[in-house]
Design a protein around this ligand. Structure first.
Ligand code: DC
Length: 239
């Protein structure tokens, strides 16, 4: 029987380890904050955006279009995805592998950002990746994404929704791209692409970007990473 997303959103059997989820739009600082929080709590990071990005890349490589939900779902179900957890602690960067190829940087280009947003709006793709995300995170993790508090781990121990103003998010993403080098779009182009992606991520029918009712909202607009991390750890430790 094919399960629907709404059935999958019902509470799952209690997970085994501590699960902290950080959802929010692109550029709010989720990745950096999640890594720091995970380091402090000695938990692995579960970067679910990287999973959608890898599906987009795998689709590109295999000639499966970003609109082909069934084709991408089949690819997602079998793609040899590997996360190297230990690298986060050493370098602050988590290696992502697709079979024999390290794709850590290849999945961060503007082209693949666009593809990830497109493939993640397709219900068969989300369904194909749900079990994988739960399996990867259930022993304990700091998960980051868009629907972790609402769909993937509705019974997470701690839920946060990280936001920042759109211009600040675009500025941060632009700096990240500059630091990575290569052909970098202008900040205005990054802002326009981000607004398009935000609209698609929030407007899709299945598991849109949304704050879970029981998630604590943290606005990182005028805050440093240290302040945001401290705020989150304070809630986790104090509960
Ligand atoms: O966080 P990110 O920018 O790496 O995510 C890439 C895309 O994947 C983004 O457009 C939204 C999508 N995504 C999602 O739909 N659900 C998640 N849990 C994580 C990411």
């Amino acid at each position: 029987m094919v399960r629907t997303m709404s059935e999958d959103a019902t509470p799952q059997p209690k997970h085994q380890g501590l699960i902290v989820v950080i959802d929010g739009p692109a550029g709010a600082g989720k990745s950096t904050v999640a890594r720091r929080v995970a380091g402090a709590l000695k938990l692995p990071v579960l970067d679910t955006g990287a999973i959608y990005r890898t599906v987009a890349l795998a689709g590109d490589r295999a000639g499966v279009g970003w609109g082909d939900g069934e084709g991408l779902a089949a690819l997602a179900a079998t793609m040899p995805l590997g996360f190297v957890a230990a690298t986060v602690a050493i370098s602050g960067r988590q290696e992502v592998w697709l079979g024999e190829e390290e794709v850590t940087d290849a999945i961060r280009t503007p082209h693949i950002s666009d593809g990830a947003s497109r493939v993640s709006s397709l219900p068969p793709v989300r369904e194909a990746l749900l079990g994988l995300q739960r399996k990867l995170g259930k022993s304990g993790c700091v998960g980051e994404g868009r629907d972790l508090g609402t769909v993937v781990f509705p019974d997470a121990d701690h839920k946060f929704f990280l936001t920042a103003s759109t211009p600040v998010r675009a500025q941060r993403r632009h700096r990240e791209l500059l630091a990575r080098g290569g052909d970098v779009p202008s900040e205005a182009q990054v802002l326009a692409a981000m607004q398009e992606r935000d609209a698609r991520d929030s407007g899709r029918e299945v598991a849109p970007l949304a704050r879970a009712e029981d998630a604590r909202e943290v606005d990182s607009t005028g805050a440093t990473i240290d302040e945001v991390v401290a705020q989150i750890l304070q809630h986790v430790d104090g509960s």
